[in-house]
Design a protein around this ligand. Structure first.
Ligand code: SF4
Length: 399
């Protein structure tokens, strides 16, 4: 679904650079020279790009800096900003710069929005982020195509929560919100986002596995969301799921698709039983294949996540071969995504101990590059329109 452009205005900055201001139905985007500034309709910065540096700000107030390095292979430089004065400088620089770009604007609708942007100074944005933190438990992770979604939390935590490499939900006890509690949550989110809700057209039902909820309850969550958000542009619902809890029936999946479920994301991690054992991930890869087949039969797209580097050098070959074997049995097409996610071992991650126990040596970045290339080369899709294959870097995530 494309976003309607309301108007585009030619501008010239005070230092003589030509640019354009794009007012969309959901955001304001300003381009001048090589600089880009994107704000939601409440004046919150989303992307700020200048001096070849891209800053992404999440609703939580977190900032990540991304930069593409020119050395080969083309790696990205990623940095989470910790220093409040640095965040403040970025926001103030952008406001100053916008002042020099937008000074000739006369259109009322754009002026109203720029007033909101300038009002959202560092302190107002901090208050906004405080409010966010009161409404949400930390959004630990999302698939990359969902970073600009509207996240809702009908489910808290992960019903399994024991994979050795994953510490995303160790800070919370698993539970399922009642419809009334969820209604209250959505109402608070709606009030918090204000007009900014228009930029978030996909609804991501968090946390780790929303499909663990009974189908009737999931449909109730969807209906509550539609009723309270009341915005015509909801593009669909998305969620993580796993394949080792009781799978839903085809009939249930069809009902979910009819109610707007568009895509689910499944952490396959590996096709190798041994590697899954090291990851302490239950279930069989054959169950993952069967569940993906069922989703596709129901008309629901999938994102399949492969954990690059899992099992280290010792299980490199087995991980590659078995993962290719499993992916090739999945009926994936161009509405699906295969995510290659590099294993990042956090300090507190139990994977460290299991790696010691199994005598595993971590892969270097170059070895991970080779593993991604080998898996990609081995894929042989049944459908002529092949899925997207993309990297999934958990360090770049910010919400
Ligand atoms: S990887 Fe998925 S299933 Fe495993 S603990 Fe993390 S969220 Fe839960």
């Amino acid at each position: 679904m494309s976003v309607d452009l309301v108007k585009v205005i030619d501008v010239t900055s005070a230092d003589g650079l030509a640019g354009k201001v794009w007012l969309y139905e959901d955001s304001l985007r300003i381009h001048v020279g090589k600089e880009v500034y994107v704000y939601d309709l409440e004046g919150r910065p989303i992307f700020i790009y200048y001096n070849d540096r891209l800053f992404v700000r999440g609703l939580s107030g977190e900032f990540v800096e991304k930069k593409w390095l020119s050395v080969r292979p083309h790696r990205r430089f990623l940095r989470r900003l910790r220093d409040e004065s640095e965040k403040r400088n970025i926001i103030e620089y952008a406001h100053w710069r916008l002042g020099t770009i937008l000074n000739s604007i006369e259109e009322d609708d754009v002026l109203r929005l720029t007033d909101k942007i300038f009002a959202m100074n560092y302190w107002r944005l901090e208050l906004d982020a405080d409010k966010f933190r009161k409404i949400y438990l930390p959004i630990s992770i999302l698939p990359p195509d969902q970073y600009l979604s509207l996240v809702l939390q009908p489910i808290i935590g992960c019903p399994y929560n024991k994979c050795s490499f994953c510490t995303f939900y160790r800070d919370r006890r698993f539970r399922i919100r009642s419809p009334d509690e969820f209604r209250e949550h959505v109402a608070m989110v709606r009030e918090f986002l204000g007009e900014g809700v228009k930029m978030r057209r996909k609804i991501f039902l968090a946390d780790a596995n929303a499909l663990i909820a009974k189908t009737d309850l999931l449909i109730e969550y969807m209906n509550i969301t539609r009723e309270l958000l009341n915005h015509k542009s909801i593009e669909g619902f998305y969620a993580f799921t796993d394949y080792f809890h009781k799978p839903k029936s085809l009939k249930d999946l069809v009902r979910l698709r009819e109610n707007g479920l568009k895509r689910v994301y499944i952490g396959l991690e590996s096709g190798s039983k041994k590697v899954l054992e090291i990851l302490n991930k239950p279930g069989l890869s054959s169950e993952a294949i069967d569940y993906v087949k069922l989703f596709k039969r129901a008309g629901i797209n999938v994102g399949v996540i492969v954990l690059i580097g899992a099992g280290g050098r010792e299980y490199y070959r087995e991980h590659v071969d078995k993962t290719i074997e499993v992916l090739n049995k999945m009926p994936l097409d161009n509405r699906d995504i295969i995510y290659m996610s590099r294993l990042k071992i956090r300090e507190e991650s139990p994977y460290r101990y299991l790696a010691l126990k199994y005598g595993i040596t971590s892969l270097t970045m170059e070895e991970m590059d080779s593993q991604i290339a080998e898996i990609t080369r081995g894929l042989n899709f049944q459908h002529p329109n092949t899925p997207v294959i993309a990297e999934y870097d958990i360090d770049e995530f910010v919400y």
